[in-house]
Design a protein around this ligand. Structure first.
Ligand code: 5GP
Ligand code: ZN
Length: 112
């Protein structure tokens, strides 16, 4: 399944590290961020390991599109469809886990 033994989010996908599930299907897993920056802060990851959004876009664009749709679905449930979608990419942009993840911030009116 192209997963990395020492990757935190691969371990979460495999259930080796507990997480609070928000959504799952065959290709995708979504769970609550441990340090929420909004009332609802969810991380959406592909089950397969890709380092960042550009790698996902080139190797599995359908999954990238699916992640956007999952974000919409989460925000439809949590907050009438409004949300912020963030892919931190690279150390200097604040990426700390190198398994691509979309941050979904919603559940409240967000500052600009
Ligand atoms: P990044 O900084 O790479 O864009 O985002 C990584 C996110 O993962 C952070 O917002 C951080 O709070 C979250 N995080 C780190 N470790 C864990 C964990 O063990 N469980 C969960 N649910 N979130 C985590
Ligand atoms: Zn991984």
């Amino acid at each position: 399944m192209n997963q990395s033994d020492d990757c935190l989010f691969c371990k979460i996908v495999r259930g080796e590290i507990p997480s609070t599930k928000v959504y799952e299907d065959d290709t995708t897993y979504a769970f609550r961020d441990i340090h929420p920056k909004a009332r609802v802060h969810v991380l959406i990851v592909p089950r397969r390991h890709y380092a960042n959004a550009a790698e996902l876009a080139s190797k599995d664009p359908q999954e990238l599109a699916h992640i956007v749709q999952v974000a919409q679905h989460i925000a439809d449930d949590a907050f009438h469809g409004s949300y912020r979608l963030i892919f931190n990419t690279g150390l200097d942009a604040g990426q700390s886990v190198f398994h691509v993840h979309a941050h979904v911030l919603t559940g409240e009116t967000l500052d600009e």
